[in-house]
Design a protein around this ligand. Structure first.
Ligand SMILES: Nc1nc2c(ncn2[C@@H]2O[C@H](COP(=O)(O)OP(=O)(O)OP(=O)(O)O)[C@@H](O)[C@H]2O)c(=O)[nH]1
Ligand SMILES: [Mg+2]
Length: 192
């Protein structure tokens, strides 16, 4: 959804240049390239596509069914998604649920890594906001998605989700990679 802090979070985690007086403009589309250290200490290059937020009015069509929200090129391009909602805005969470359905529809074509990040846009948690977070946590548990909360204004709070997704997108090379090689050699021997 627009204004939940997607750009503020990316600018903060990559450049550390955001404060509460920062004025940000609504995004059309921006690309950020960052070097992020995974949990194994390897520096990985990650490209982030910062999108324009989707409004909840866009998530249902006139006949009540959900239309496709994510532009097709993201579905083709992305290896993973950081779905961001505002912990003080329940409808921003509803928008994520609808986006997740779009991503799932594409699942046969592509396996992706997903995380959900609740942006704490206010210093104090209201009871309402705790309800939003617990609804998000329940949904993420059901969907088996990792859920984080952080604040765009506190850079260190963003490290955990970004290191997590970096590590997920760049898994350690598995031993099974060597199997085709030894199989290949065996085939060669059999032929000789
Ligand atoms: N106080 C506070 N303000 C925030 C926080 N996150 C974002 N903001 C402010 O909210 C406004 C909107 O943030 P953006 O990062 O532009 O939101 P966005 O999700 O990128 O919005 P679109 O690009 O329109 O989809 C900006 O003025 C930010 O400074 C936060 O955690 N705390
Ligand atoms: Mg933006």
């Amino acid at each position: 959804m627009k204004g939940v802090g997607k750009t503020a979070i990316l600018e903060q985690v990559i450049y550390g240049n955001i404060s509460s007086s920062s004025e940000l403009h609504p995004t059309i589309e921006d690309i950020y390239v960052a070097n992020i250290e995974s949990d194994r200490g390897a520096r990985e290059k990650i490209r982030f596509y910062d999108t324009a937020g989707i409004e909840s009015s866009q998530t249902t069509t006139a006949n009540g069914t959900t239309s496709q929200q994510l532009l097709r090129h993201y579905l083709v391009l992305a290896d993973g998604y950081i779905l961001i909602y505002d912990t003080h805005n329940i409808s921003s969470l509803d928008v994520l649920m609808s986006i997740k359905k779009d991503i799932d529809k594409n699942k046969d074509k592509k396996e992706v890594t997903l995380i959900v990040l609740g942006n704490r846009t206010k210093d104090i948690d209201s009871p309402d906001c705790q309800n939003v977070i617990s609804k998000a946590t329940d949904w993420c548990n059901r969907e088996k998605i990792r859920h984080f909360t952080a604040s765009a204004m506190q850079r260190p709070s963003l490290y955990e989700p970004f290191v997590y997704i970096t590590s997920k997108l760049n898994p350690p090379p598995s031993k099974s990679t060597f199997t085709p090689l030894s199989m290949g050699r065996k085939v060669l021997k059999d032929n000789s």
